[in-house]
Design a protein around this ligand. Structure first.
Ligand code: SF4
Length: 175
């Protein structure tokens, strides 16, 4: 096992302490830098930085940053959700490390879907039924892997299939 333990801290954004969501930082007892290219390859990171090694994931509208000694997650509902995501990541880090002989490591950032192409495939009515202010905001979240074609109730079956078909060319990871 590469990662044995960590210390987790939960806090509210300083810019708005009354904000509903919380952020979480887990300080890792072990340095997992060497596992990051394997984690990036397996989980489909949305951004990879070589120096210092850091990989970003966008999962369910949250941005997760994993570096050698730290995992940071934003926009969490509560501590229980933080526990779930950090525990999942700890298990994934150990899993990929134990299986590294069978994984081709990656220090590259995969190509993302284009905002304008996603927007073209949406109804563009800004109806807000997805819970977001505009189709543009929705498209930005789809681009990052935070939402999918099934989250816009205004898409017809045919439109949804077209969007799914476009997105299937890219590696977008969801938890
Ligand atoms: S539900 Fe669909 S059409 Fe309505 S705002 Fe959201 S993305 Fe746009």
């Amino acid at each position: 096992m590469l990662l044995n333990n960590y210390t987790q801290k939960i806090f509210r954004p300083e810019c708005n302490p009354s904000f509903e969501s919380v952020h979480c930082i887990a300080t890792l007892d072990e340095d997992i830098s060497e596992a990051l290219p394997f984690l990036n390859a397996e989980l489909g990171g949305t951004q990879y930085y070589k120096d210092p090694p850091t990989v970003m994931f966008h999962v369910y509208g949250k941005i997760i940053k994993v570096s050698g000694r730290e995992i940071a997650v934003n926009a969490l509902q509560d501590e229980a959700e933080a526990d779930k995501i950090i525990t999942w990541l700890k298990n994934e880090i150990n899993r990929v490390w134990e299986n590294r002989e069978h994984i081709t490591p990656s220090e590259t950032t995969p190509e993302k879907p284009k905002l304008i192409e996603i927007l073209k495939l949406l109804p563009k009515t800004n109806c807000k039924k997805c819970g977001l202010a505009t189709c543009m905001v929705f498209a930005a979240q789809v681009m990052e892997g935070g939402r999918g074609a099934g989250d816009c109730p205004e898409l017809s079956s045919e439109q949804r299939l077209k969007l799914e078909d476009y997105l299937s060319q890219f590696q977008l990871h969801t938890l």
